[in-house]
Every structure is written in C-alpha cells, then in structure tokens.
Design a protein around this ligand. Sequence first.
Ligand code: PLP
Length: 391
Amino acid sequence: MIASVLPTYSRAPMTFVKGSGSWLIEEDGRRFLDLGAGIAVNALGHAHPALVQAITDQAQTLWHTSNLYHIPQQQMLADKLVDATFADTVFFTNSGTEACELAVKMARKYWYEKGHPEKVDIITFDGSFHGRSAAGIAAAGSEKMTKGFGPLLGGFTHLTFGDHDALTAAITENTAAILVEPVQGEGGIRPLPDQCLKGLRDLCDAHDILLVLDEVQCGVGRTGKLFAHEWAGIEPDIMMVAKGIGGGFPLGAVLATEDAASGMTTGTHGSTYGGNPLGCAVGCAVMDTINTPEFLGEVNRKAGLLRQRLEGLIAAHPDVFECVRGSGLMLGLKCKASNIDIVNAGYAAEVITVPAADNVIRLLPPLTITDDEINEAVFRLDAAATAIAVT
Ligand SMILES: *Cc1c(COP(=O)(O)O)cnc(C)c1O
C-alpha cells in the first residue's frame, strides 16, 4: 500500500523535534550538530531570536492579504534587496523553483518585447539544478530529473560545465540567456571561477544575451558576500534567490535590472502567496541581520577556520577524503569512500551533512555557527571518517 505521504523522498531515520542555533534535537533526545541547515535554508540557524521576533510580531498582526493590495513588508524587503544589489526591481515567490519559472519567462518576454521573438533559447550547464518544475527540470536536463516527464519544455541547450569553446560554439541568434549557478550546489559544490563568470558576462554583452544567475543556494551571505557573483565583480541581468532569504520560511525572489524586467508588465505574472506579509517580515529580518560588513566578515573568518580544519581532516583520512572545495560556508568534501556512507557515519556521530553529486558531501552550516561548533563539527566528522576506515 502506498505511504500516506507520497514516497518521493528517501529519508534518513531521524525525526527532529526542536532546533536551537546550530543544533537539532532528535525525538530521542540526541543532539545533532547541523552542517546542512535544511540545505542552506536556515542561514541564521534554528530559532534565531530576530526571526522568532519578526514572525511572532507579524503573526499577531496580519498573515496574508493578497497581491491585489499593497503589502508594506513586501515593499520594505524589495527596497532592501534593491539597495543592496545590482537589481532595480524584485518579484517574490515561495520557492527557488518558482523563481526559475519567472526567470525563464522574463528572459523570453524581454526579447519578445524588443522585437526578437526568435530569441528564446537558454543555455545551461551539466550538473546544474534549478528546481523540479517543468522549466526547472528542462533547464537542468539530466536524465535523472527528466526521464518520464516528457514532453519537456523546449529551448534549453545543455553544455559541459567549464567548456569555454563549446559555449562560444553554442551561441546563436536565438540565444536569449545563459543560466548558471555561480557555485553549483546539488552538482557537488562546483564553483565557477571568477574569471569564468567575468568571461560569461563579457560573452553576454558581446552577443546581446541576458545573464541569469541562480543564487538560490549560494546567495544570501553563504559565500561571505551577500551574493556570490560579487566576488567576480560582475552583475547579472536577472537573479534567482530563495533558500536562505527566508531563513526557514518559504520565500524566494527574482531580482532584475529595469531593462531585463521591462517585458513584465501588469498581468504578465503573479502569485497568490508570493511576498505575503509573514514571509516578507521574516525576509526583512534575515536581510537586516546578514547584510552588514560585520556579519559577512565573520562568515569569511569562520569559513577560513572551517576550511583549514577540513584540510587537516583530509590529511588525517586520505583514504576517505580527496579535497575540499567551494566558497565561504558553502563547502564540499570530495570523497574517495562513498559519500552516502560518510553522511550515514556522520549521523552515527551526530553531525549532519548533505550528499551531492560527484561523490561530494556538502557542508552548509548556519552562518551563525561558532568557532567551538566548527571544532566540534570537525571532531565529529573525524569520528565518522574513522568509522568508515575501520569498516
Ligand atoms: C534548491 C535549489 C533550487 C530549487 O529551489 P526550491 O525552493 O526547492 O524550489 C533551485 N536552484 C538551486 C541552485 C537550488 O539549490
């Protein structure tokens, strides 16, 4: 008999009943150190006082109205994002997938309104992940995500990540946009080097193509800048955001320049919940907390500490781990042993990591993790690696 919850997930045998800072408490009382943060969602850890305050205050005042009316919290969050980024305008969604849907629609509508209805093709890269909607799976293109779900949304060209010659060759008069994650998350924490991101920007400028960045996982302070593309000193035309921006409340956004957004006029897009008062009240608290030089400076300092400790861990377990890669507190340990075995051994040692493609385990701790917790995390990962080596 089918489970009452549609069985699309493979779940680890834990049930968490409470969270506090970097810790998750299992129903049997065990305390797990959380280096997964709900896949980079709990950017401020669990039950952060500023977020608890923001959602409690808003819950006692007004949860939801509708985008039929003005929503002050939405206006405030949009202004914060516009002030802090390349963007001139923001649309709020409830998830990264929905942000992908709008990014694709916006790019196509842009060229349609500019008198180029033929420009509909979007170039994406292998190993990418843009969500599970029809546009999201077509964009990623992997067999794992698309098999059986045809006919797929057309107009996507999939290239090998980092193959510059293939990219230049793939551009045609019909290319509307290049869509890329500055740091691939699901694909195994594969950062696009700053030079490549700069090169992509130049290529887009030279060929009249929109640069669309998916910062759903790598954005909102994760890499030590508010958004990862800032490291390369470039600006996209359109950017997808979600995960960390809501700190655990389902919230996403598409940010765009005035020009890139110019096709999206009244009635061309909408959402019932997107940008509702509860979500945006939390989003404002997330932005106020993360987007300060002090907070981001600490993310960078702690990222350096974690990375240094991980280098020591790899040196101590050369048969288990190969290397560490990534940016800021978005780190991946490329494994020699099976990444799934290591994640499971981590559970036994009460430390949570997240598997990714390319035999990688992801470390995406709360950005608020302390130095002591970093040391404890690596101590537990060492125990997990030792257990793997023994078996
Ligand atoms: C998680 C993720 C998405 C999809 O976001 P959902 O909120 O799960 O819909 C899209 N792109 C990237 C890079 C992601 O990591």
